[in-house]
Ligand binder design. Structure first.
Ligand code: ATP
Length: 423
């Protein structure tokens, strides 16, 4: 099979790495890809939202299957575009259609879905500029901290958590009246704050059957001790040590099963990944958010633990035969640490040469914001490399990642030195 992966991050390098190992894969293409993916297959210089040019490339390279990495093309309807095109409709697309992608594309849609199907989540109400007054009144009924969420996609920046009631009221006005997050905040979800520890659960579904992938926990903040600005993710570990069998059963019964049933009941065809952002409140899991794709950097620890042929899984998803697949999971722990450009997530410099990649032993290096320039590899983004290791325990794995990171350098390289230390 010829397989195309859309995206250019560490997640897509990990997808391509796993796909390239499949006995069913003839060629792997990645659009636009990075220096890691170009070593596994062919990078195609395409924008993931440029469906017409993706179509041309798919036909030219005789692609049989498309794996969509990021959420944008899904929310913009790439799957529907394939289904509605005579020349593309036979091609398998992994990722939900536009309507179901609203689970990530609209926080109000996701909350309504959870309420409708009795899936535990924070209580909420949503507001537009027309009922701002009610929004202010709703804030008066809540305890601090106050959680305000732009309804639409805001690149992970559209959530504000505020201690002060007056500040929360004024930010609600900024979001609704002054378009603080552009069109994304023309509607705002105001919700109850949930106090607990976060983890992520990843589900594969063909719309009928489901399989649960290993849990992971990511580290979102730039600074050690989980301080400072939010990032795309600075590291991750899998499995999550506090997710006991009993707790995982609760996640499956109270969240995963009703989610899959709800999709069917609401007639939302879905084939792909569901990433469920969870918070453990006391002993109970509650849903913070749905994402309609894998997480990054969680993919860099979940996929290396997956032993089953990924192309067989994707094929089963397309044919609605996922129940025939037996997932085999590596019992070792996996950890990843992100190396980022100094200054990220604010302004940072690019074009720095990366040294030391040839010296890595016993770790996997997934490239993100990195590209090949002649015989050099240079930085091109904020998150540059993810260094993944296995270990009998996550502590052993993380030690290996840090040992190998010592061999890598680029100007102003930064990483967190405390991934997994809080557990
Ligand atoms: P992401 O960058 O993960 O895609 P997002 O912008 O889609 O984020 P959410 O995941 O809904 O938004 O929220 C971002 C973060 O804010 C969560 O990971 C969590 O730490 C925090 N958060 C969101 N909702 C709540 C809540 N109700 N109670 C406590 N913390 C919350």
């Amino acid at each position: 099979m010829n397989i195309l992966v859309l995206g250019s991050g560490g997640r897509e390098h990990t997808f391509a790495w796993k796909i390239a190992q499949s006995k069913h894969c003839k060629n792997v293409f990645v659009a636009p890809g990075n220096s890691g993916t170009s070593a596994l297959g062919k990078n195609l210089d395409l924008n993931v939202n440029d469906f017409e040019n993706i179509k041309k490339a798919v036909l030219k390279h005789q692609i049989d299957m498309v794996i969509v990495g990021p959420e944008d093309p899904l929310v913009n309807g790439i799957h529907d575009f394939f289904l509605n095109d005579e020349e593309l409709k036979q091609i398998h697309v992994i990722g939900p259609q536009k309507e179901a992608a609203q689970l990530e594309g609209s926080k109000e849609f996701a909350k309504e879905f959870m309420y409708r199907h009795n899936i535990p989540t924070a209580k909420y109400q949503s507001f537009t500029k027309d009922n701002l007054d009610q929004g202010i009144m709703f804030l008066d009924t809540l305890e601090p901290p106050y959680v305000l969420k732009a309804d639409g996609l805001a690149a992970g920046k559209g959530v504000l958590i505020l201690e002060d009631l007056d500040e929360a009221k004024s930010e609600l006005k900024n979001m609704l009246l002054d378009a603080k997050f552009g069109q994304a905040s023309s509607k705002v979800v105001v919700e109850e704050f949930l106090d607990g520890i976060e983890l992520s659960c990843f589900v594969l579904t063909d719309g009928k059957n489901y399989k649960i992938l290993p849990t992971a926990k990511d580290y979102k903040r730039i600074g050690e001790g989980d301080t400072g600005l939010n990032t795309g993710g600075m590291g991750a570990i899998s499995p999550v040590p506090f997710a006991t069998r009993e707790f995982l059963d609760k996640i499956e019964n109270k969240i995963v099963k009703p989610t899959i049933k709800g999709l069917k009941k609401d007639n939302l065809p879905y084939n792909g990944f569901i990433f469920i952002g969870l918070i453990k409140v006391g002993d109970e899991p509650k849903v913070i958010e749905y994402n309609v794709r894998m997480g990054d950097p969680e993919t860099e620890v979940v996929f290396p633990r997956l032993k089953t042929d990924i192309v067989e899984i994707f094929t089963a998803i397309s044919k609605q035969t996922l129940s025939d697949i037996k997932l085999e999971i590596d019992s070792r722990a996996a950890t990843t640490v992100m190396l980022v450009s100094g200054g990220y997530p604010e302004a940072y410099e690019k074009g720095k040469e990366i040294y030391g990649l040839d010296e890595i032993e016993d770790s996997l290096v997934f490239h993100a914001g990195a590209q090949r320039q002649n015989d050099r590899i240079v930085t091109t983004g904020g998150r540059v490399l993810a260094v993944t290791s296995y270990g009998n325990t996550y502590r052993e794995a993380i030690k290996k990642s840090y040992q190998n990171i010592n061999k890598i350098c680029f100007d102003k390289m930064y990483y967190r030195k405390d991934i997994g230390f809080d557990l």
